[in-house]
Design a binder for this molecule. Sequence first.
Ligand code: DGL
Length: 269
Amino acid sequence: MNNNAIGVFDSGVGGLTCVSELQKILPNEDIIYLGDTARIPYGTRSRETVFEYARQDVAFFREHNVKMIIVACGTVSAVMMTYPIFDDDELASGVLYPAVWAACNATKNKRIGVIATSASIKSGGYGKAIHEIIPDAKLVGKACPMFVPLVENGYTDRNNEVAQIIARDYLQVMIDEDVDTLIMGCTHYPLLKDIIGDILGDKVTLISPGAEAAKYALRTLSERNMLSNSEKNGRLELYCTDSVELFTENVKAFLGSDINGTIYRTVLK
Ligand code: DGL
């Protein structure tokens, strides 16, 4: 048993896709969330810069003494395959492997699509992980740099015409290549899942990396006997690195107006 909080971070609100799943499947766990809103987006930056930001994100959680860190950012998860950011004795997970395991389980025709930030696609990390499991899988990768600003600005409604036009353009290649499984490889993208689902149809399985990482955390903590024994609802503490006001609006749009948690501003070092 371990009653310390679980730490979850992303560059912005995307990692809340992981938090909402954690709250569903592990309702008694305390969660500390960090959105590095002053430096979003990560996905258009060099690997060296993303690594440096991620190092500071991890240092924040070391100070808070969390029992597990979930990197709920596809970009950092991809970059850390070549630039490790954790010590061997730290319990941590990215979103890339949990998403890839789920996709490899779901695909029938071995044609898997990955949409993600430019940095994630350039890293080649998704392809490497998929081919470790299904060596002859066909991977169709597509960077979708306009999706993060759409999400951060609330353009997520299924009837939003701007988001629909952009999504159709990005996703046409998935239709042409007949993928049957699509990894929404940036944790912001599941917020666009209604639009993505409408374009691809229900024959394509959509994988949310944040949700898969939450399920992985449940398995890992329970195997190690590290789940909380609290019988109360877990506490949610949220941190951002830019305006609390702006972040609060975004979080509310995502988790609902009754956040049931406190939002603070922090400075990373
Ligand atoms: N949510 C993040 C990801 O999964 C990133 C968005 C960004 O900062 O570019 O990649």
